[in-house]
Each structure stands twice: as structure tokens, then as C-alpha cells.
Design a protein around this ligand. Sequence first.
Ligand code: HEC
Length: 111
Amino acid sequence: MPRAAALLACAIALPSAAQSPAALELFVRRDKGHCIACHQVPAGAGPATRADLGPRLEGPRMREMGKRALRAIVVDPTVANPDTVMPPYGRHRLLDAAEIERLVDYLHALP
Ligand code: HEC
């Protein structure tokens, strides 16, 4: 039993310590994107919330926008709208380039 508990502790501790956060984690974590504070995503793609400060993010719209536009908005949404409340994740280095790429892939693949 203690051995099983130790294994479980490793399984829980390892992902955050050893790997860089997965896209959904970047989307949800307060110390990362915390996108979930303002955006809803389709059921099954992330936690259900009632956040409505930003538009609901859905696959067809994301694919219509395309990865280039998605990247641009995550890097610095003030380029398109100087008055936006969405943070400029790239310009303020809240997320690094690789993290933004993973988020763009996540958005593009939303149902
Ligand atoms: C403080 C609220 C807030 C947070 C946090 C936030 N956004 Fe936004 N987001 C907005 C608002 C508001 C808009 C609408 C566009 C505008 O304001 O110009 C928007 C627009 C978008 C759009 C374009 C949607 C469309 O249909 O045109 C995408 C994509 C997006 N956000 C992704 C993200 C991602 C990914 C994150 C996290 C890394 C995030 N947002 C975090 C408020 C937020």
C-alpha cells in the first residue's frame, strides 16, 4: 500500500514538474493563460463556466479565423482592438512562443 501511494504521488507530481504545461492547462491555469476566466469552450473541451467577458470559442469560428489570426490575437489583441480587456500574452511575455503555439493548436482543434 505505501508503495502504491508513493507511485501515485509521483504520477501526480511529475507532469507539472517535468513537462511543460499542456494546452488545456495553459488555457485554464491562473498563472498561465487563465483564458477560462473570460471565454467558454464547447462541452468536453474544457471546464464548464459561465464566463462571458469574451466570445465563446468554438471550432468552426477558430478554423475560419485560421492559425495566423489566432496567433496574432493571443500575442497582442490590442493591435486589432486597442480597448480590449484581453491581455497581450506575447507582448507582455505572459506566455512564451511555444506555449502560444500549443494554445493556437488547441483553439484550432476545438469542436
Ligand atoms: C480578461 C478577459 C480575457 C481573457 C483572460 C482572455 N480573453 Fe480572449 N478575448 C477577450 C475579449 C473581450 C475578446 C473579444 C475581442 C476584443 O475585445 O477585441 C477576446 C477575443 C478572443 C479571441 C477571438 C474570438 C473571436 O471569435 O473573434 C480568441 C481566439 C481569444 N480571445 C483567445 C483567448 C485565449 C487563448 C486566451 C488565453 C490565453 C484569452 N483569449 C484570454 C477577453 C479575454
